[in-house]
Design a binder for this molecule. Structure first.
Ligand SMILES: [Ca+2]
Ligand SMILES: [Ca+2]
Ligand SMILES: [Ca+2]
Length: 138
């Protein structure tokens, strides 16, 4: 609603049906009044993907929550939410090698990948640690 000059009998007395606060984002609905930036959390993992501005009141309607700093890389899957650098693990010993790639993941790296990229022999699952030459240890 547009603002309107209203003549009042006394200063500081606002007639019924008027307010000195013109910030209500929906003056036709008394349960909502404040523009708020909210994040969409479709998979309910607690991480938001997109941010929208909405007119709300005391309650935040589902599936919106306060926007999170981490942007959910997949808002259709509750188990994954963050981009992480991972290394291909060819022998399946849990340690990869080579160039990292970014993957959308949760707590664990996706199958066939590892958070560690220090496997000196990624074709042999019995070799996972670099042997340090003894002359370096002295
Ligand atoms: Ca989410
Ligand atoms: Ca997710
Ligand atoms: Ca490996």
């Amino acid at each position: 609603m547009e603002s309107e000059d209203v003549c009042t009998s006394k200063a500081y007395v606002i007639p019924p049906g008027y307010s000195d606060d013109g910030s209500d984002c929906d003056d036709s609905n008394r349960t909502i009044w404040a523009w708020t930036s909210l994040g969409t959390d479709l998979d309910k993992d607690g991480y938001t993907r997109t941010t929208v501005d909405m007119c709300i009141g005391l309650d935040i309607p589902s599936p919106y929550i306060t926007p999170t700093k981490i942007v959910d890389c997949n808002d259709q899957d509750q188990k994954i939410w963050r981009w992480m650098p991972v290394y291909q693990d060819q022998d399946g010993d849990g340690i990869g090698s080579g160039q990292f790639s970014q993957q959308c993941m949760g707590l664990k790296a996706p199958a066939g990948f590892s958070l560690g990229g220090y496997d000196p022999n990624d074709k042999d699952l019995n070799v996972t640690e670099v042997e340090i030459p003894t002359f370096i240890l002295r």
